[in-house]
Design a protein around this ligand. Structure first.
Ligand code: 4AD
Length: 439
């Protein structure tokens, strides 16, 4: 049964904005989160996606009929509550409504996610419902704020939003993690990164960013890997590695401070230790890969120069710092084909990764790109990539090649860090994980 709007012609109010309506008669629309009753008085906890509100329904005030209607409400039934709101610090959300009318829109069937603890597998199978719980809505609201903050940051700095394609004819980040598809008889891949197209866009527009989904068929079942994740990628003509890092630290500081400013309620729901975020301000420390290897060996790791860091290594390195740390100048042999070798030491590249604190690992990968045609051709051959697919990319080095740099930030890893989550699966409404894509 879908109910009709009652005769009360009132604006509905979002629960998060109740503070603006204290003492007024208003209507809230939402779903029943929980209910307690003592025969004559009933407490309805309602959620609307922006917060929780406790409605107090007194039989004496609303009459038998409305009280009986409220009494049928099951968990997750949809409803409209009308009444006068006032501040009540002891109540969830800090406000309470003295209900004058309850309109039942739909009585929910027995809801599978109750208020007791459920295992993660049970919840993941029901992700379409799990996202309704206060913790999950808090995370998704922070995610939304982070996305807006990135866009505002770039907009304020005159960057052009230039979207990259999702269907691509060639690999950007190595051939082992490609999702292949049939493009009308031609082989194509889902994008691993918009970078190569961003480089073309930067040569056209100067400073650009793109923000879209990216795909990696990684055989990794870890708390940091998704098969489909969203990446903010920026590309700047005439930027060197140092300018690139400066932009990144300004961006990350801006985003963290925005979340602190605008998501206090959400961070409270998540029980995030805010003191760990308050000091996230530029400048961030910078260490070379070689210095990072020294840190590992001092910590007793016996780590050979030339290998890539795994998650435990990143945790050891980042634990030395109270804010994100740049690790720059990785060995050329372990980095992507497009990274520019350091002219002072070609064994390493002018690339930098940003490691988040508290063991959250790498959130940004980036660096300066090769701008020399012959060297880029050589690298493509060394990496056994099909040169024909990269002719357009090589054109960027034929016609007005310029030094340029860029980076990609993984949105979900950043959300996990800022929210203080144990696992990346909660950072996106519908995560795509190894062997798991339902619902
Ligand atoms: O270091 P990556 O592979 O860099 C690139 O793709 C560059 N082409 C970006 C650029 O310079 N425009 O990936 C960048 C970031 C990582 O630091 C990480 O945060 C995230 O993307 N990332 C993943 N996040 C979730 N699941 C995965 N499987 C990820 N792989 C990378």
């Amino acid at each position: 049964m879908i109910g009709k709007r009652s005769g009360l012609d009132l604006e509905t109010v979002l629960i998060k904005n109740l503070g603006r309506h204290s003492g007024q008669q208003i209507t809230v629309e939402g779903w029943l989160y929980n209910r307690r009753s003592s025969g004559k008085i009933m407490f309805l906890i309602v959620r609307d996606g922006t917060g929780l509100l406790q409605g107090v329904v007194a039989k004496k005030e609303v009459g038998e009929e409305v009280f009986a209607k409220a009494d049928q409400l099951t968990q997750e039934s949809s409803l409209r509550l009308t009444g006068i709101v006032h501040e009540e610090p002891r109540s969830v959300g800090g406000y309470e409504m003295h209900v004058t009318n309850v309109e039942v829109i739909h009585i929910a069937q027995e809801y599978p996610i109750t208020h007791k603890e459920h295992g993660v597998d049970f919840l993941a199978e029901r992700r379409h419902l799990w996202i309704r719980t206060p913790r999950q809505t808090a995370i998704l609201r922070v995610r939304s704020e982070i996305e807006h903050a990135f866009r505002d940051f770039f907009y304020q700095r005159d960057f052009v939003l230039a979207d990259a394609p999702i269907i691509t004819p060639a690999a950007c980040e190595g051939t082992t993690t490609l999702f292949e598809l049939d493009y009308h008889g031609e082989k194509a891949f889902l994008s691993q990164s918009g970078q190569l197209y961003s480089e073309a866009n930067a040569m056209a527009l100067g400073r650009i960013y793109c923000f879209g989904p990216t795909f990696r068929a990684e055989k990794s079942k870890t708390r940091r890997h998704l098969m489909e994740f969203w990446m903010i990628e920026a590309e700047m003509a005439f930027f060197d590695l140092e300018q690139n890092m400066r932009l990144q630290e300004d961006m990350v500081s801006y985003v963290v401070q925005r979340v602190l400013e605008r998501c206090q309620n959400e961070l409270k729901v998540l029980e995030r230790d805010i003191s760990k975020l308050e000091n996230i301000k530029a400048p961030f420390p910078r260490i070379s890969y070689t210095e990072a290897v020294e840190i590992l060996n001092k910590a007793g790791e016996d780590f050979p120069w030339g290998e890539d860091f795994g998650a435990p290594h990143e945790t050891i390195i980042s634990s030395q710092f109270d804010r994100p740390v740049f690790v720059h100048r990785y060995p050329t042999a372990i980095k992507a084909f497009y990274m520019k070798p350091d002219p002072n030491d070609p064994k390493v590249v002018l690339g930098a990764d940003l490691l988040a604190p508290e063991g959250y690992g790498e959130v940004i990968g980036g660096g300066q790109r090769i701008d020399d045609l012959a060297l880029l051709e050589q690298r493509i051959a060394e990496h056994k990539l099909p040169v024909e697919a990269f002719e357009w990319y090589l054109d960027l080095r034929r016609y007005g090649s310029a030094p340029h740099s860029g980076f990609g930030l993984g949105l979900e890893r950043t959300v996990a860090w800022i929210c203080g989550l144990d696992h990346i699966r909660e950072t996106i409404p519908f995560p795509r994980m190894l062997h798991k894509m339902y619902p």
